[in-house]
Design a protein around this ligand. Structure first.
Ligand code: PLP
Length: 453
């Protein structure tokens, strides 16, 4: 029960200083509700003050309601006094009954047992020597497992020395932009419409996002012009669900070679294809001009915070250096567990199982929408974990999402580039689809009426 307290010994005395510090620690939520404080004797020893001072300070704070003294349980932090509710608390209070926001797989399907076994295996087999600082590029076992997995399932040209393990693909992109910037690449093409974080991560790195239009064949690769880098979701475009057409893939590849540039391939949910085999990764066509990024966020769970970049040779060193500077690498046990899950076939088994569930839920959503909202046809390939529902441009999507939230439905609206909704279907139980779609229909019809569409 070590307590981090800097005790000011000012004019008003030690007792006042101690009370003040404890009060602040509770108000700033450094000490949370229920946290046990050290005994008065221990804290007095720790701070080098008399025990009576601590006793007095504790009883003052008990009187103010910050602390509670319980016989046998010592002194604990009582309750959040005068605290602003944190953002998270506010969010969890929203009465959301149905959550269509894209971005998560079925969280109830997380393979807990297989993961627990993999973590336990990693923990019991890892030698002591490896519990020091590891390779910031990532554990070799995981890089090797990923290289073989990406070659096998995505047609990528991969080897362990070209892989950087990252804390999610989002982090990978944040690491990448400054490295490209240092090479004089200051403008990055982003899909429009596209994933919000592509654009904001480029801006946050001090580079300029440049819109590249998306249509039903994916990114308009004829618009790449003088750009030297572009981030693209070729397997299943976010949000439109388009698959990059073969002619566009060829054009993209030729552009990258000609511009001596980099295709940043965001392969975030490419493992899901419900009507046949997924198209291979663009990386397999031009490995020296592609940064290929993937994540377990859509395969297992976002909470794992594990992703990877498969890099051209000349980017491995600068990116590994940045990763080292940032956080010295991803936690080792999780890396070893993921390596095991891949090597033992556990990930394949999990995906085989969940693909069936997602195919069914996608069907429930499509059939429900076709029945309830025939005037709004959906778009996109039979792939990934969301569908795109285009809306007339007059609809104010922000208002629509607020209204849906008030009706208990969380949706992700897209306005920039193309009005519509990206509806994730993976994390909604089967039985929720019918009532959720009826509520969505009412909200949408009202919005359409109001906009005059
Ligand atoms: C298009 C796209 N790319 C990448 C990601 C990144 O995932 P993460 O940072 O969780 O690995 C997401 C997550 O929602 C996404 O929608």
């Amino acid at each position: 029960m070590d307590l981090h307290l800097a005790l000011p010994r000012g004019r008003r005395g030690v007792r006042h200083g101690l009370e003040h510090e404890l009060r602040i620690a509770i108000q700033e939520r450094r000490l949370l509700e229920g946290a046990r404080l050290p005994s008065t004797r221990a804290l007095a020893d720790q701070l080098g003050i008399s025990r009576g001072v601590v006793v007095d300070a504790y009883s003052q704070l008990c009187a103010e309601g910050y602390l509670t003294a319980r016989v046998g349980a010592g002194t604990v932090v009582a309750r959040a006094v005068d605290l602003q509710p944190t953002r998270q608390l506010r969010e969890t209070k929203l009465p959301l009954r149905y959550d269509f926001r894209p971005g998560v797989p079925d969280l109830s399907a997380f393979p807990r047992r297989a993961w627990a076994r993999a973590i336990s295996d990693a923990l019991t087999s890892v030698p002591d020597a490896r519990l020091g600082y590891g390779d910031p590029q990532g554990a070799l076992e995981l890089r090797a497992a990923l290289a073989s997995y990406l070659g096998r399932t995505r047609g990528a040209v991969a080897s362990s020395d070209r892989i950087l393990v990252v804390g999610g693909l989002g982090q990978g992109l944040n690491l990448l932009w400054p490295v490209l910037g240092a090479r004089g690449i200051e403008r990055i093409g982003v899909e429009r419409p596209g994933w919000y974080d592509h654009r904001t991560s480029v801006s946050a790195a001090g580079l300029s996002p440049v819109d590249v239009t998306v249509d039903t064949e994916g990114m308009r690769t004829d618009q790449l012009g003088s750009l030297r880098s572009v981030v693209v979701t070729p397997a299943h475009q976010f949000p439109t669900g388009a698959v990059l057409a073969a002619t566009r893939r060829a054009q993209l590849v030729n552009w990258a070679k000609g511009a001596d540039g980099f295709i940043v391939e965001d392969d975030y949910d490419a493992q899901y294809r419900f009507d046949g085999k997924p198209v291979g990764a663009v990386q397999g066509l031009v490995p020296e001009h592609t940064v290929h990024g993937g994540t377990v966020s859509k395969l297992l769970a976002p909470a794992l915070r594990l992703g990877w970049l498969l890099l051209p040779e000349n980017l491995v060193e600068p990116l590994t250096l940045r990763k080292r500077q940032l956080d010295r690498g991803v936690p080792l046990l999780e890396q070893l567990a993921l390596a095991r899950l891949i090597e033992t076939g556990g990930l394949d088994r999990h995906l085989r199982r969940t693909r069936r569930v997602y195919a069914r839920r996608r069907q429930l959503l499509l059939e429900g929408l076709a029945r309830q909202l025939p005037e709004l046809p959906v778009e996109g390939a039979a792939a990934g974990l969301h569908i795109f529902l285009p809306l007339p441009d007059q609809v104010r999507v922000g208002e629509l999402t607020d209204r849906a939230a008030a009706a208990g439905i969380a949706i992700r609206g897209i306005q920039r580039g193309r009005a519509g909704l990206a509806l994730g279907f993976a994390n909604l139980p089967d039985a929720a689809f019918a009532p959720a779609i009826s509520t969505l229909r009412d909200v949408l019809r009202a919005a359409l009426r109001e906009s005059g569409a």
